[in-house]
Design a protein around this ligand. Structure first.
Ligand SMILES: [Zn+2]
Length: 246
């Protein structure tokens, strides 16, 4: 589904990226750092309202950089040999990092053909039946697509080993969460939730929904890290760390 809003956003991103690449080639100081590709960069290109969005070198988004920065700082951890379910694995740097230390790495999506990640599996979060299989589940910008998030959260809880953690990121707005449905037209979903295939928009109360499924929840914002690091890596976004009680 192509809409004028998406085309404009994509065009703006392209212009910003091209200008930044030109400045970088002309020797602009590399005063920013990307923890996804571990390189000093001249800056991050704009995407929509976000002035410092993508890494000029690797394209990493703020949420992708946040995950690396939190792992680097030890605020979240990947146990050696962990069983990891990586939902909708769009972020190549995280595919690499999760796979490297994992004993059982499972990249999965409801539509696995869309990905070039080796070992992709077909997985419908609405009907998954795994029990106590995973140490970590990563699902970034997934929950706003699923038909019933209460069902999916319960399935994720069951799929984790006791003490295991689901790392969830979603688009957030400042208002309370608002649910739509798949019955709405794509245009109506885009108008209400910002993208044609989103069926809801979350607010900070997303944490309450996670807790209602039986998780212990901790909200980790970019500012859990020192301000100088947040600025240098242009970090943003919020991680909901959901732990299955032991
Ligand atoms: Zn990068």
């Amino acid at each position: 589904m192509i809409t004028s809003q998406r085309v404009l956003k994509a065009a703006g991103k392209h212009v910003s990226r091209t200008l930044l690449a030109a400045r970088s080639a002309l020797g602009a100081p590399r005063h920013r750092y990307c923890p996804a590709c571990r390189r000093d960069v001249a800056g991050f290109f704009r995407y929509g309202a976000e002035a410092e969005w993508g890494c000029l070198q690797c394209g990493a988004s703020p949420r992708e950089r946040l995950m690396h920065a939190l792992l680097d700082a030890g605020l979240i951890t990947l146990p050696a040999g962990a069983a990891i379910l990586h939902c909708a694995p769009n972020e190549a740097s995280l595919v690499e990092r999760f796979r490297a230390g994992a004993g059982d790495y499972v990249p999965a999506d409801i539509d696995p053909e869309r990905y070039s990640v080796p070992g992709m599996q077909r997985l419908d979060l609405m009907t998954m039946t795994d029990e106590a299989r995973f140490d970590r589940i990563y699902a970034s910008h997934v929950m706003e697509h699923v038909p019933d998030d209460a069902v999916v959260l319960r399935n994720l809880l069951r799929a984790l080993k006791p003490g295991g953690e689901a790392w969830l990121l979603v688009p957030l707005w400042s208002k309370p969460s608002e649910d739509g449905s798949l019955d709405l037209s794509p245009r109506e979903r885009e108008r209400r939730f910002g993208q044609w295939d989103h069926v809801r928009q979350y607010g900070r109360d997303f944490g309450d929904r996670i807790a209602a499924a039986g998780f212990t929840v901790e909200t980790i914002d970019a500012d859990a890290l020192p301000a100088a690091q947040v600025r240098r890596m242009a970090l943003a976004d919020t991680l909901f760390r959901a732990r299955r009680p032991a």
